[in-house]
Design a protein around this ligand. Sequence first.
Ligand code: NIG
Ligand code: FE
Length: 416
Amino acid sequence: MTHRYDQLWLNANLFTIDCNSAATVMPDACLAVTGDRITLICPMRQLSAAPEQLAASVHDARGGWVTPGLIDCHTHVVYAGDRSMEYRQRLQGKSYAAIAEQGGGIQATVRATRQASEEQLLRASIPRVRAMLAQGVTTLEIKSGYGLDLAAERKILRVARQLAEVLPVRVVTTFLGAHVTPPAYRTTPEAYVDLLCQEMLPQLAEERLVDAVDVFCDDIAFSIAQTERIFQTAKALSLPIKCHAEQLSHQGAASLAARYHALSCDHLEYARQADVTAMAQQHCVAVLLPGAYYFLQAGQKPPLALLRQYRVPMALATDCNPGTSPTTSLLLMTHLAQHLWGMSTDEVLLGVTRHAASALGMADSIGSLQEGHIADFVIWQIEHLAQLSYYFGYIPPHQTIKGGVPQQEASHEQSQ
Ligand code: NIG
Ligand code: FE
């Protein structure tokens, strides 16, 4: 007998969105999958026939809550080396900028990453990505930016692509050759921007290693004029843009990026009203990074009230990196955003699903439970959705389904 659906999950509560893209729930519902797509979402009482007649394989969600697969839309997870000693220095009062000036910070990770072989870099990154997947992540953005020359940036991006082959995760790559100016160009930063625009980016794009382009615009990184040159190069190559904007100081990078139709502006602690309105006009997502805010003891919060007022979609991500956010836990980020910034349960959940998908330009296929979307979802054994961002350091039992394929069940506690 042929079935209409390949798989059918019964007895689920769904976290979904309404016609205005606002968060809503569908209690006591079911969800069917055909191939790698969601093909039915409806209340249990609307099922048109006995489950076994409808689907080849029937699963019981046991009253669990289903969210889309989580999306970590801003990470620097591919790196080598260790910076735990810098953390100690910072706790003793030394600033992030002072450590960077003395050759530590991003430059320290660049040295270690350049020295590592592709194989070593892959081996160092796998446990971190596994830890992300163990809490329901199905899509991951990975930035380069610890290479800062063609060969080392290529190595990072190749490892990012390989991670999607060896682990059950969808990876989106972002070229961040404009992370900081490498030491060899310290006195001639324009020459590095030339190299980046004329050689590195076009070559890596040609090799299909680049899905988007990011620039860190700040006093310790690239100026507004340099950032604009790199955006122009990205546009000429038809690559989408992202920007590390207004993290440590106000530069006007968010407004600039919005003018260039950036998918997202990230960090935004120092963003002002004009930046927020520019982002709103261009439908640019605000990717907020509570891990970096917490770890740097930043003090300055992103302008949540303005972002809400102008309806800028807010995503959350780990920013997983060795200097400012050594974490792999997206669920912990939902907790921090709620606890430190007063974001609501709906806001943080949309932030790691729907709006994270928009920050990657993928909201048409992932990030919300909708018929026709890719069947990436997580069944959480919790009583209320609020529990997901309530715990910190505890991951409730859950099962991840990626592209319609159930992954190994994580049925007991794991540490974040
Ligand atoms: O997103 N802001 C710039 N880049 C990273 C920090 C990288 C590092 O310190 O290694 C960030 O916070
Ligand atoms: Fe970052």
